[in-house]
Design a protein around this ligand. Structure first.
Ligand code: FUB
Length: 447
């Protein structure tokens, strides 16, 4: 009954955009037309009623509605000098490498920012310098931006806001320029109505720095907790900052007392990324990333953005189902989780009867003849119904998933499907007996 209620409630949902894990602190990056979304990760089991965060995950999309899970791309253990607390970071591309700036706690308990590097946006990442890049109390939540003249800036901090000029190698900073601390005044970072700990201005943490049309923007959670999102602008990369306005009010759902902004523009459409606690079981330590498209005003100011369940309504591209589509490419799912296997990478698991995956804007072209899936089932097996429009929409065909002997003994299996043309939302609806049915690696349609 609860399942039925959830299905009805979520038919039109796109937010939160990831349903297989709790995700927080979105850090989107556009690289060669693909959006890579880096997130921190709230564990399913919260320890000592506090942030329980061990690794960072990556998802990608070319259409802003279907997100492919690349799994955990690094953990706090990547930094040998860290003891945990994998909080909010940001990744950026320069000179053929991806630099990922991440806050963790050191083995002695102090805050530090590390930098990891990879040749690929989806990792593996390794510690770039084998030691912290920056160490200091409140040194969390780094945001990085490379200006048009090639100078890179790293801002960070709670409850203060600091910045450095990164050197071109991206793994050290200009020691002569030093570490600059902002003077947090109301006119720069908003009026703080909740006066705690001698904090001034509304700025709290989680800055997101970018430039658009020669204006520099700083988005940030503000006000103390529960946090709203606000922004400031500047004519230069190092200020002076002028307070803009609130861009998202406090989200009143299930106690997400933090928020965290991320921003990209794709195909001329600006998107605000943030987090709430909107998944079942969600809360302050079980958050979920969401997206809202928006428009800047003509003067470059940012309007108030309302958090919605619909999120991105118009996909930025159609999905081609005639080449391998990862099962973990998902617009919406219920019941399933993802896991990683050394042979096949990320796959969909914990599949039970009634669970489903929705894939949006699938272009069936001039028609389709069969459906192939790479699956593994220790003993039980089950079935995948291939439907369009909804979980009870037109049934194109059913793949009977036969046991393959082991939970990760992958085999392709196929079924005939009745033809359909044009663009549709595809639903893969799972069925069978009791318990876990099978694991699911990828699928494709054949014509
Ligand atoms: O996710 C842990 C912390 O909560 C982040 O570092 C902050 O920005 C807040 O979202």
């Amino acid at each position: 009954m609860l399942g039925l209620f959830m299905s009805v409630a979520f038919v039109y949902s796109q937010n939160p955009i990831i349903q297989t894990h709790y995700t927080a602190d979105p850090a989107p990056m556009v690289h060669n037309g693909t959006v890579y979304l880096y997130t921190s990760h709230d564990e399913d089991v919260t320890v000592k009623n506090f942030f329980t965060m061990n690794d960072w995950r990556c998802y990608s999309s070319t259409d802003m509605v279907n997100w492919t899970d690349h799994g955990a791309v690094l953990s706090y253990k990547t930094f040998e000098w860290s003891r945990g607390d994998a909080w909010a970071g940001q990744c950026i591309y320069r000179n053929g490498k991806f630099y990922y700036y991440l806050p963790v706690n050191m083995k002695n308990g102090g805050n530090a920012i590390g930098v990891a590097v990879s040749d690929s946006p989806t990792g593996p990442f390794k510690d770039a310098i084998g030691k912290p890049l920056l160490v200091g109390y409140g040194y969390i939540d780094p945001t990085v931006y490379i200006d048009d003249d090639g100078q890179a800036y790293l801002y960070w901090g709670n409850p203060n806001l600091w910045h450095v000029k990164l050197n071109e190698n991206m793994v050290s900073y200009d020691q002569n320029y030093g570490i600059v601390k902002e003077d947090l005044k109301d006119e720069n970072f908003g009026y703080r109505s909740k006066k705690i700990d001698n904090r001034t201005a509304a700025y709290e943490e989680g800055p997101w720095f970018f430039k658009r049309n020669s204006k520099y923007y700083m988005l940030y959670p503000a006000g103390g907790v529960p946090e709203h999102l606000a922004y400031s602008t500047s004519t230069g990369p190092t200020g002076p900052w002028v307070y803009g306005d609130t861009i998202m009010h406090v989200i009143k759902n299930h106690g997400a007392f933090t928020n965290h902004p991320g921003y990209i523009e794709l195909k001329g459409q600006p998107y605000l990324f943030y987090h709430d606690a909107g998944l079942p079981g969600g809360g302050g330590f079980k958050r979920s990333v969401c997206i809202e498209p928006f428009r800047f005003r003509a003067d470059g100011s940012i309007p108030l953005i309302t958090p919605t369940k619909e999120g991105v309504v118009k996909s930025a591209a159609n999905l081609n189902p005639f080449k391998r589509v990862e099962a973990e490419t998902i617009a919406w799912s219920e019941g399933v989780k993802t896991a990683t296997d050394p042979q096949t990478g990320v796959y969909v698991t914990q599949i039970h009867t009634g669970d489903y995956i929705k894939v949006r804007s699938v272009d069936f072209g001039k028609g389709v003849k069969s459906f192939t899936a790479n699956v593994a089932a220790a003993s039980t097996g089950g079935q995948i119904e291939i439907r369009i429009g909804s979980t009870t929409g037109t049934l194109l065909g059913t793949l009977l998933v036969k046991p393959t002997g082991e939970a990760t003994a992958w085999k392709t299996q196929s079924a005939k499907v009745s033809s359909v043309k044009g663009v549709h939302d595809l639903y893969l609806v799972f069925g069978g007996g009791e318990g876990e049915l099978f694991n699911f690696d990828w699928w494709q349609l054949n014509n």
